[in-house]
Ligand binder design. Structure first.
Ligand SMILES: Nc1ncnc2c1ncn2[C@@H]1O[C@H](COP(=O)(O)OP(=O)(O)OP(=O)(O)O)[C@@H](O)[C@H]1O
Length: 234
């Protein structure tokens, strides 16, 4: 489904990603792990075309997208939930959700789409007419994920969804990912919360200084304390 081959990216003259290759198959959750500064966020931002200088080959179902415009990426089925969530102040939860649908084809079914997504995200269902930014950090994170899901993307890129969220909502969020996986959603997940991420993932890659240094099944990595300590200590 999502394939990244030899991705390189730069911030000015700093060569941050140095030949990253990975793939995420249909219906998989794949976690990208690594210490602070390893290049995880830069990988996701490069996939979204947000780094001015990037090279390599990235495809979804065989179609290259590294140099496509943002709306073309959307139509190709790529969705991104950045760390800072970007809930629009002054708009209700429902209105924020509706922003996720930019395709004319889907807009006609908007209320059906909102109803459908609200079934998966019960916390949002109870708060549809509340200002989005009046919710807790964890609820806003769920809104950001729901807004990305509403366009029915093929692949969703999630950057540190549990960052800064109270533990009870973190639990709920990981349960939500397991539920999305059952629905066949494909996710590339960046997480510092290694143990919980691995429990709901199929496979994981470890990034260190801009290079993939290790990859394995999530189950094997969960049992591999040495690798976890070496590369994932925060
Ligand atoms: N806007 C920027 N300009 C210049 N350098 C940057 C910028 N953003 C990140 N970097 C550098 O790129 C490298 C990779 O950062 P990145 O944010 O991708 O790491 P990360 O693995 O996501 O870590 P973290 O968990 O801390 O977010 C770091 O050395 C960082 O200092």
């Amino acid at each position: 489904m999502l394939r990244i081959e030899n991705l390189n990216a730069w911030y000015d003259r700093s060569h941050v990603l140095q030949g990253v290759s990975l793939e995420v198959n249909k219906g998989e959750i794949v976690t990208l792990m690594g210490r602070n500064g390893a290049g995880k966020t830069t990988t996701l931002r490069s996939l979204m075309g947000l780094l001015p200088k990037r090279e390599g080959k990235t495809t979804i179902d065989g179609t290259s997208f590294l140099d496509l415009a943002a709306h073309e990426r959307y139509h190709l089925g790529l969705a991104y939930v950045p760390e800072d969530r970007r809930i629009v102040p002054g708009l209700t939860v429902k209105e924020n959700l509706e922003l996720g649908v930019i395709s004319k084809k889907n807009r006609g079914d908007m209320s059906a789409l909102v109803d459908e997504i609200a079934e998966t995200f019960p916390r949002l269902k109870e708060r549809l007419y509340q200002d989005g930014t009046s919710m807790s950090g964890g609820e806003q994170q769920m809104l950001a994920i729901a807004r990305a899901m509403i366009a029915k993307p093929k692949v969703i890129l999630l950057d540190e969804p549990s960052e800064g969220i109270m533990p009870v909502l973190v639990e709920e969020m990981f349960e939500l990912f397991a539920k999305l996986k059952q629905q066949g959603v494909t996710i590339l997940l960046v997480e510092q919360n290694v143990q919980q991420a691995l429990k709901i993932s199929d496979r994981a890659y470890i990034l260190d200084q801009g290079q993939i240094v290790f990859h394995d099944t999530a189950q094997n990595l969960l049992n591999n304390d040495e690798i976890q300590q070496k590369y994932c200590a925060v």
